[in-house]
Ligand binder design. Structure first.
Ligand SMILES: NC(=O)c1ccc[n+]([C@@H]2O[C@H](COP(=O)([O-])OP(=O)(O)OC[C@H]3O[C@@H](n4cnc5c(N)ncnc54)[C@H](OP(=O)(O)O)[C@@H]3O)[C@@H](O)[C@H]2O)c1
Length: 250
């Protein structure tokens, strides 16, 4: 069945791989971007305007997200799935990462807003139409650093840990309306712009410590997201799926 999926922050990186994968499977995709208008438009050109639209919105601004949801709903008729994917103002850089003593509360605040406020905005904005149709899916992108902080990216990982609690509360409350909520947590991805500063030593260390001796790719994570978007996963909610080649085990 064709679904219409909003993917936050999908002009580049994992989000771009997710929209390409979902579009290949016949879904309609709403490509949300903030600064990368050209990259978002290139994706629309690749996928085609029948199946894709690019919409600018800052995920941390509720009014912009409400407008995005409204425009996307007018374009495709309805929204079936939202994916909280955007990564706001963060790079996986083990050399530049501040130690706990040097972090400010503002550093934490930025990641909490970029992750949690963003997921709050997009999820709450689509909920009325999900409840009205008694169907809908919320998928949030997390990290395996929550289970194993190979590099202590304090502010990022703490915000992502909150995302799991957020997602499970939605699952508990909204299941009665036919709405599911799950998290897909990736290992360090080889590579997106955000992980490009990761040193080869860290990638090697991760590969060697991983049962399948490989680091995770954006496609590995996108494949799990595609499964959750499909009707084959209708019975699943409240879960956190870790896609990291077995580096962490639940
Ligand atoms: N990379 C990894 O190793 C890794 C590992 C595990 C999990 N993840 C997760 O995967 C997701 C995507 O990360 P990534 O590596 O693909 O990041 P990325 O390469 O830095 O891309 C970030 C994306 O988020 C968008 N974005 C940034 N600020 C935004 C805002 N205020 N409003 C809307 N969109 C905004 C960017 O859009 P514009 O360019 O248009 O501004 C871009 O499309 C994140 O949830 C991240 O935590 C990543």
């Amino acid at each position: 069945m064709t679904k219409t999926v909003i993917v936050s922050g999908s002009s580049r990186g994992l989000g771009a791989t997710i929209v390409k994968t979902l579009a290949q499977q016949g879904n309609n995709v709403v490509i949300n971007y903030h600064n990368s208008a050209h990259a978002a438009q290139k994706l629309v050109d690749e996928i085609g305007t029948q199946q894709a639209i690019a919409i600018k919105a800052d995920v941390t601004k509720r009014n912009e997200i409400d407008t995005l949801v409204q425009e996307a709903t007018e374009y495709f008729g309805q929204i079936d799935v939202v994916i909280n994917n955007a990564l706001v103002g963060f790079k996986f850089d083990p050399i530049q990462q501040k130690s706990f003593a040097d972090l400010s509360w503002e550093d934490y605040q930025q990641q909490i807003e970029g992750t949690l406020k963003a997921a709050f905005n997009l999820s709450q904005s689509v909920i009325p139409q999900f409840i009205q149709r008694q169907k809908g899916e919320i998928i949030s992108i997390g990290t395996n650093l929550f289970q194993n902080p190979v590099v202590p990216y304090h502010e990022y990982t703490t915000a992502k840990a909150g995302l799991i609690g957020f997602s499970r509360n939605l699952a508990a409350e909204l299941g009665q309306y036919g709405i599911t909520s799950n998290v897909v947590s990736g290992g360090l991805l080889k590579t997106t712009d955000a992980s490009a500063a990761t040193t080869p030593e860290v990638f090697d260390l991760i590969a060697q410590s991983t049962p399948i001796k490989q680091v995770t790719t954006p496609q590995d994570v996108a494949n799990m997201v595609a499964y959750l978007v499909s009707d084959q996963s209708n019975g699943i909610t409240g879960q956190n799926f870790t896609i990291d080649g077995g580096l962490t085990m639940n």
